[in-house]
Design a binder for this molecule. Structure first.
Ligand code: TXA
Ligand code: MG
Length: 315
């Protein structure tokens, strides 16, 4: 049985014990909910792939408590270390070379010699990692290709009565609402593989250099570089159309900005508010069985991450 429980010391301890037994837990981060496993436990990692129906070729993100723990499993050159120090804890994932001698389960990296690592700012997951003493592998807690979950109830809906996932910790609706930004370094350039919680502009300001979008990057093996980023993804189970100002009579229109009625991702045109509401609203109207149309969202700031998700959703 999968149970949703409020977060307190007792349920944090329970989460740690379940992870020690090789079980999975659902938990909140500042971006979306994660499906967590002890990153050193092979059986638990395989349960993530199985339950998410995730192709074994698509590697998982590892969450660590600190930069020191991150650099014990991945190689941090001075450039990546500076970025990590500037941004972590926060909605950024870095792809680095993995350390060969670490105890991280090899299936987690799906055969790559790189590893994706992030330090979340969510206090609950940091406390759980600390008590467990090992990093936690945590992709988003959705079935592969489906909407990402921004509430405990949405995680439960996707993994009902699942013996591998006995516990979902309920931290309310997530603050950011889209996944972390994923970056890596190629030829000493910072490349964005996935737009997300921290915008390109903010990152550029923080690190004081131009960052390249994977789309515009110039290196040959890029189609394999981040397997999860190229396919149809984030899709509701109901029909969805995007960039719509005049919906059809059988569609519910999700607006953005003051000229649209409710439901509205942000009446005041605030893109952060829209990101926080995106998956939440899609899930709500998916559950009602509505056909959904979404108004145009400006492609600036975190709007780039929103449009990335929407464009993949309608592939
Ligand atoms: O905000 C987030 O990042 C959430 C929360 C739960 O932390 N996690 C998340 O994980 O979105 P996931 O697995 O849904 O997305 C991870 C992305 C995938 O597209 C995967 O292909 C890519 O990161 N990735 C993971 N390891 C990689 C690696 N070694 N090289 C390239 N891409 C990698
Ligand atoms: Mg995901």
């Amino acid at each position: 049985m999968t149970k949703i429980k409020k977060i307190n010391n007792k349920t944090i301890n329970e989460a740690v014990e379940l992870l020690q037994e090789g079980k999975l837990i659902g938990f909140p981060t500042e971006t979306v909910y994660g499906l967590g496993a002890d990153a050193t436990n092979q059986k638990a990692i395989l349960k993530i792939y199985k339950n998410k129906k995730r192709p074994k070729s698509n590697p998982l993100i590892v969450h660590t408590e600190t930069i020191e723990q991150a650099s014990s499993i991945g190689v941090f050159n001075s450039k990546i270390e500076k970025i990590a120090k500037d941004i972590w804890p926060g909605p950024l994932t870095v792809i680095v070379k993995k350390r060969e001698n670490s105890n991280i389960c090899k299936e987690l990296c799906a055969g790559n010699d790189t590893i994706a690592i992030r330090v979340s700012s969510n206090k609950t997951i940091l406390a759980i990692i600390k008590k467990l003493g090992n990093p936690i592998a945590a992709p988003s807690a959705n079935k592969s290709g489906m909407l990402s979950p921004t509430s405990a109830a949405h995680v439960e809906k996707q993994f009902k009565n699942n013996i591998d996932i006995p516990l979902i910790l309920d931290g309310g609706k997530t603050k950011i609402g889209v996944e972390s930004t994923v970056i890596g370094i190629k030829n000493n350039n910072i490349i964005i593989y996935r737009h997300g919680g921290i915008t390109k502009e903010r990152l550029e300001k923080k690190v004081n250099e131009k960052i390249i979008d994977l789309k515009h990057a110039d290196f040959s093996e890029k189609s394999n570089i981040s397997p999860g980023m190229l396919k149809k993804h984030y899709s509701p189970t109901v029909p969805l159309r995007i960039n719509i100002t005049n919906p059809r009579s059988d569609e519910i229109l999700i607006g953005f900005g003051k000229k649209y009625k409710e439901p509205n991702l942000s009446k005041s045109g605030d893109l952060d508010e829209a990101a926080a509401n995106l998956f939440y609203f899609l899930e709500k109207y998916e559950a009602k069985g509505n056909k959904i149309a979404i108004a145009p969202i400006p492609n600036i700031g975190i709007g780039v991450a929103i449009n990335d998700r929407l464009n993949r959703a309608v592939q």
